[in-house]
Design a protein around this ligand. Structure first.
Ligand code: IPE
Ligand code: IPE
Ligand code: MG
Length: 232
C-alpha cells in the first residue's frame, strides 16, 4: 500500500462483544475477554502496518449505565490485561495512553492503567490509546470549562489542545464493527474529517485481514476537505 494512503491515526469502535458471546451461548464477559485479546492482536498488526496511533473505544460514558455485574467483569478484564501486557507492549515499542475519566474505576485498576501508561518509549512505533469511560460530549464540556476558567477566547487550535487528545493528530479513519452505523459519542470533534468504515463483523471476529480490508478501502477514498481537488 502506498505510504501516502496509509492513515496515521485509526480509531475503532469495538462493538459486538455481547452478540459474539450470545451466538456461542457464552456469558457476555467471554465476549469482552475475546474482544480484549483481539484488541492486543490488532495493536501489533497496526504497528506492523506503520500506523502511528490506534485509538480503541473500550468503554463509553453511557456504558457506565450497564448492570454492575457486567461492569465488574469489564473492570476485571482491564485489571488482567493492563497488568499482563504493560511491560510486554512497552518492550515492543508500543506506548499506551488513556483518554476518558478513569477516576470512577476501582483504585487498583486505575493504578495498573497509570503504570502501563507511564512506561513510555521516547519514540514509539505506535501509540495505543484506550478510550475508557470516554464520552466526546463530556470531553468537549471539560475543555470548554478549562477555557472558561482561563477567561480568554479560544481558536479551534487552542480548543483542540484542551481535549484529552490534545497532542494526538485527528483520526484519519474510524472503523465501527458490529453492524451499527453510528458514532455513539466517540471523537465527535476530532472526527470532523475522518473517513468512516462500518462492518457487520462482530469485534472479536475482526481479525488482521478484516483490518487490512478497511485500510484498503480507506486508501481508495478521495479526501477533499471541502475543496474540489481529486476525482469525484
Ligand atoms: C462493545 O460490545 C464493548 C462495550 C461496549 C464495552 P457490546 O458489549 O456493546 O456488545 P453488543 O453490542 O452487546 O454485541
Ligand atoms: C459503543 O458501543 C461503545 C463502545 C464500543 C465502547 P455501544 O454498544 O455502547 O453503543 P450503542 O449503545 O449501540 O450505541
Ligand atoms: Mg454494543
Amino acid at each position: 500500500m502506498a505510504e501516502e494512503n496509509l492513515p496515521v491515526h485509526v480509531g475503532i469502535i469495538m462493538d459486538g462483544n455481547g452478540r459474539w458471546a450470545k451466538k456461542r451461548l457464552l456469558p457476555r464477559s467471554s465476549g469482552h475477554d475475546a474482544g480484549m485479546k483481539r484488541a492486543i492482536k490488532l495493536a501489533r498488526h497496526a504497528r506492523d502496518r506503520g500506523i502511528k496511533y490506534l485509538t480503541l473505544y473500550a468503554l463509553s460514558t453511557e456504558n457506565l449505565n450497564r448492570p454492575k455485574e457486567e461492569l465488574d467483569g469489564i473492570y476485571s478484564l482491564f485489571r488482567k490485561y493492563f497488568g499482563e501486557y504493560a511491560s510486554q507492549l512497552a518492550e515492543e515499542n508500543i506506548n499506551m495512553r488513556i483518554i476518558g475519566d478513569i477516576s470512577v474505576l476501582p483504585a487498583d485498576v486505575q493504578d495498573k492503567m497509570l503504570k502501563a501508561c507511564s512506561r513510555r518509549n521516547a519514540s514509539p512505533d505506535i501509540t495505543l490509546v484506550f478510550a475508557i469511560n470516554y464520552g466526546s460530549r463530556a470531553e468537549i464540556v471539560r475543555a470548554a470549562n478549562i477555557a472558561a476558567e482561563r477567561g480568554k477566547k479560544v481558536t479551534e487550535e487552542d480548543f483542540t489542545r484542551l481535549l484529552y487528545t490534545g497532542d494526538i493528530p485527528d483520526p484519519d479513519l474510524i472503523i465501527r464493527t458490529g453492524k451499527e452505523v453510528r458514532l455513539s459519542n466517540f471523537l465527535l470533534w476530532q472526527a470532523a474529517y475522518a473517513e468512516l468504515y462500518f462492518t457487520d463483523i462482530l469485534f472479536p471476529d475482526f481479525n488482521n485481514a478484516a483490518f487490512d480490508r478497511a485500510l484498503k478501502d480507506y486508501s481508495m477514498r478521495s479526501r477533499r476537505y471541502g475543496n474540489i481537488k481529486g476525482d469525484i
